[in-house]
Design a protein around this ligand. Structure first.
Ligand SMILES: *[C@@H]1O[C@H](CO)[C@@H](O)[C@H](O)[C@H]1NC(C)=O
Ligand SMILES: *[C@@H]1O[C@H](CO)[C@@H](O)[C@H](O)[C@H]1NC(C)=O
Ligand SMILES: *[C@@H]1O[C@H](CO)[C@@H](O)[C@H](O)[C@H]1NC(C)=O
Ligand SMILES: *[C@@H]1O[C@H](CO)[C@@H](O)[C@H](O)[C@H]1NC(C)=O
Ligand SMILES: *[C@@H]1O[C@H](CO)[C@@H](O)[C@H](O)[C@H]1NC(C)=O
Ligand SMILES: *[C@@H]1O[C@H](CO)[C@@H](O)[C@H](O)[C@H]1NC(C)=O
Length: 771
């Protein structure tokens, strides 16, 4: 189960999250599923289950309650999932060795509509030099024969390309020009020993970044349209580092090494750690640093651990961190009862019942007592708890969101599930299914109880327009940055909800891992899906400006991002960063905030790293920290501004920045800052005149104001506009009170040493999950 939990976040969360429904008293004593993380597994012999059980017994008081509470002991890291009350959560949080206790949340994964929605229409794509750009993806592999990767229009790979295709039965073509696989654990659970994708995830992300245009792509007719990547003319190189068990850090580092040597231009990494790692222990931060030295931007998923603050992963300043937001299309499916009541639910329902009505039963009336179920369990229709005699041939009403296998395996026809937990993205199921609100659910139950022969049908899924879009989805990980409070993360947001893209024909087409059907395109959600949107956009910018540094491309994407409505997000930039990507505009940003290796080393030294630890990151013995004086990160030339204040301190920070002119050779920009009660922003000078391309000008931003306390976030924008009104270069400035968090071991104000053993990337068992 734990192993399965790593298969796909969407999947694991379904399993973990929904097991909590057994207890339903709504108070602090309610036991909710939490994951208790203790980092990497201790070396040598270690019985995780025994250790975790005795920890739980210590806190919960008895062996039997510990046994009841424990859901999983994870195999790939030292941690477990258990049902805990608020008080028990507090006690675990204070325990030596416990890194983090996080409540369960729902992750979700990944285009026919998404590029159009962000204003990047087909007319924009396919820059002349796009064929020279190679997007490297660290993922689950790719399905090389898929239509999305078989364009006949592409010529031979660019001459700089040094990559290769390895593994049996895996042939590259002019779209997929590289394929390698890595499995240091030597653990193949029936998977292809090649870059071929058996899970679907890597095929999906690759086609989103750089897939060909394929008309008539759909999921059983749903979302029918032309599927395409952000840079459909670019090449793909796949580095398979993720397997059913997860993505091993040793493999991730090896893949970065190869991708750089092969000559990729952009690296897309839709995976990450669920707990914060210092930069010198984070394989993605280290790999991305090496890539940055070669001008390669790494685009990362922010993680699917939202909406909790400090949940963002992949927060190194030399990488792009991408949150996930909605597009204006949502998937619904209607349930129609025998008495004519119609309830619209959330679901990607691929099944057509042709309007035929079936008997309707309540899971609570169909407990399989010999399986140990009672009404209190079977009402949720958990797998194995339904009596097939009672549900065979029927549509079953269930009181929670589940993957549908409970009803399917008991020979039910379909399921109407009532749940209010997840309402901003949809799942696809192995049988006709829809998810309605709990208040509608009460009406369904009432109908069942008051009707002699209740019946229902579920209609084929539909797509509706979501006028609220874009907004950042609940599961998208949020800032503040857990390690460097002065660097705003995530950097921006991109479509990551209900995204249709290519799929592996041998991967399940629904959240039921056993679903035997096969599809060419699948609809999934996650920051894993938003990340390759940003990678595709970065490839588009790179094609237009092959000589730009990683920081310049990143700056272009950030400063041109579309403003996201702050009223829809109480956590503001901690949800969406600089805004929603706008690739068409990013090609021509006017000014960029550039930075190089030296700048990042100076940043690290100020964060408390020394020559030894900096070399762990740079991989370069010649890197030195000239000054070890710790200080804030205010002078790293970052395209956004973050001012983390300790509680009760007056607001004060002075940032220095340098912009490089990449717009019109002769131009004059004026700087503006929006206003916000409580603090003042002074930009100096506020006029920058350029007389050549590549010319650099510096300015300072002084932020000052009254004392603030318990301020989760407040923000303004600094905007540079040129006198021709051609360019708008926007950067958010956020001010907030930083919590004394254990995740900021190097933060200069809290002189605390970390009290936990961080998992080491050098430990063979350190496994990361995909996002
Ligand atoms: C190669 O892979 C394809 C796609 O899975 C499969 O149809 C074919 O049988 C495989 N050939 C070999 C020799 O494994
Ligand atoms: C998708 O749309 C195209 C063009 O409108 C149509 O020809 C095709 O049959 C549709 N495919 C499905 C599966 O509905
Ligand atoms: C009840 O559960 C048991 C044990 O899982 C299973 O063998 C049996 O087939 C189930 N009975 C029905 C009627 O579904
Ligand atoms: C990096 O940029 C700085 C200016 O910010 C410059 O002084 C330095 O020489 C550059 N270093 C390298 C290695 O290019
Ligand atoms: C550098 O920092 C590490 C970790 O904080 C520490 O163990 C090491 O002793 C330091 N090295 C030097 C030369 O100060
Ligand atoms: C880098 O440091 C390592 C460890 O101290 C040493 O073995 C190696 O020779 C050094 N390389 C260079 C080029 O100085």
């Amino acid at each position: 189960m734990a192993k399965k939990g790593l298969v796909s976040p969407i999947y694991s969360l379904l399993f973990v999250a929904f097991l909590s429904i057994n207890c339903h008293a709504a108070d602090a004593n309610e036991r909710k599923v939490h994951i208790v993380y203790m980092g990497g597994r201790p070396k040598g012999e270690f019985s995780a289950a025994t250790t975790h059980h005795s920890m739980l017994q210590g806190v919960l008081g008895s062996a039997s309650s510990a046994k009841k509470s424990l859901i999983y002991s994870y195999l790939s890291f030292n941690g477990f999932a258990a049902k805990l009350t608020d008080e028990e959560v507090r006690r675990f949080s204070e325990m030596e060795g416990v890194i983090r206790v996080i409540p369960n949340h729902i992750l979700k994964l990944h285009t026919t509509r998404s590029w159009d929605f962000i204003g990047f229409t087909n007319d924009n794509v396919g820059a002349k030099l796009e064929g020279d750009v190679v997007v490297g993806l660290l993922d689950t592999g790719i399905w090389p024969e898929h239509e999305s990767f078989n364009s006949q229009e592409l010529g031979a790979p660019p001459s700089k390309w040094k990559g290769t295709c390895q593994g049996a039965n895996f042939t590259c073509n002019n779209k997929i020009i590289g394929g390698r696989y890595y499995n240091s654990e030597d653990w193949y659970d029936g998977e292809f020993k090649s870059p071929r994708d058996s899970e679907g995830h890597g095929t999906h992300t690759s086609s989103t970044a750089a897939g060909d245009r394929v008309p008539g792509a759909s999921y059983y007719g749903l979302a029918n349209g032309t599927a395409r990547g952000g840079a459909p003319g670019a090449r793909i190189a796949i580095y398979k580092v993720c397997w059913l068990f997860g993505c091993a850090t040793a493999d991730i580092l090896a893949a970065f090494d190869d991708a750089i040597a092969d000559g990729v231009d952009i690296i897309s990494v839709s995976l990450g750690s669920d707990w914060p790692l210092a930069y010198d222990e984070d394989p993605i931060a280290i790999g991305a640093f090496h890539a940055m030295k070669y001008g390669i931007l790494t685009s990362n998923s922010a993680g699917n651990s939202g909406p909790w603050p400090y949940s963002v992963s992949n927060y190194a300043p030399w990488t792009l961190t991408v949150a996930a937001s909605t597009i204006d299309r949502k998937f619904v499916a209607k349930a129609v009862l025998g008495d004519g009541q119609v309830f619209t639910g959330i679901s990607i329902n691929s099944f057509e019942l042709l309007g035929k009505s079936y008997p309707l039963a309540w899971g609570g009336d169909a407990a399989n007592y010999s399986a140990g179920a009672s009404q209190d369990l079977s009402r949720y229709c958990f797998t194995g708890f339904l009596n097939s005699y009672k549900v065979e041939g029927k549509i079953v009403y269930c009181e929670t969101l589940w993957d549908g296998t409970g009803v399917l395996l008991a020979n039910g026809v379909g399921t109407i599930m009532a749940d209010d937990e997840i309402t901003d993205f949809a799942f696809n199921y192995p049988l006709p299914a829809t998810q309605i609100s709990t208040s509608d659910g009460e009406k369904v139950l009432d109908y069942i109880r008051t009707t002699e022969n209740p019946t229902a049908t579920i209609l084929l899924g539909e797509t509706w327009t979501d006028y609220m879009a874009p907004y950042v989805v609940s599961f998208s990980s949020r800032g503040p940055n857990p390690i460097t409070p002065d660097i705003l993360k995530p950097d921006l947001t991109a479509p990551g909800v209900d995204i249709i893209a290519a799929w592996s024909p041998v991967a399940p087409p629904s959240i039921d891992w056993e679903d035997p059907r096969s599809v060419e395109y699948n609809i999934i959600s996650g920051t894993s899906m938003s990340c390759p949107h940003a990678s595709g956009a970065a490839a588009y910018v790179k094609a237009a400006h092959p000589e730009w540094s990683a920081a310049a491309i990143k700056s272009a994407l950030m400063t041109t991002a579309t403003v996201v409505d702050p009223k829809k997000h109480e956590d503001l930039e901690f949800a969406y960063g600089s805004g929603q990507i706008n690739p068409a505009q990013a090609k021509d940003p006017g000014l960029v905030y550039d930075a190089n290796e030296t700048d990042y080393i100076n940043f690290l030294c100020k964060q408390g790293y020394n020559t030894t630890t900096v070399r762990l990151i740079t991989g370069d013995n010649s890197s030195v920290c000239t000054s070890t004086k710790p200080g804030p990160a205010w002078d790293l030339n970052y395209p956004s501004f973050s001012l983390a204040m300790e509680d009760g301190q007056p607001i004060y920070g002075v940032f220095t920045r340098t912009v490089t002119n990449v717009g019109s050779p002769t131009s004059t920009y004026t700087g503006f800052a929006s206003t916000q009660p409580g603090f003042t922003i002074v930009v100096e000078p506020n006029i920058l005149s350029f007389s050549a391309l590549g010319e650099k000008k510096s300015f300072t931003v002084k932020v000052s104001g009254q004392k603030i306390s318990q301020q989760p976030i407040t923000s303004v924008n600094i905007i540079w506009k040129d006198s021709d009104n051609k360019y708008v270069v926007r950067s958010p400035v956020v001010v907030y009170n930083v919590l004394p968090t254990p995740y900021s071991p190097y933060y200069y104000t809290s002189q605390k040493k970390p009290t936990f053993q961080r998992p080491s990337m050098y430990h063979k068992n350190a496994i990361l999950g995909r996002n």
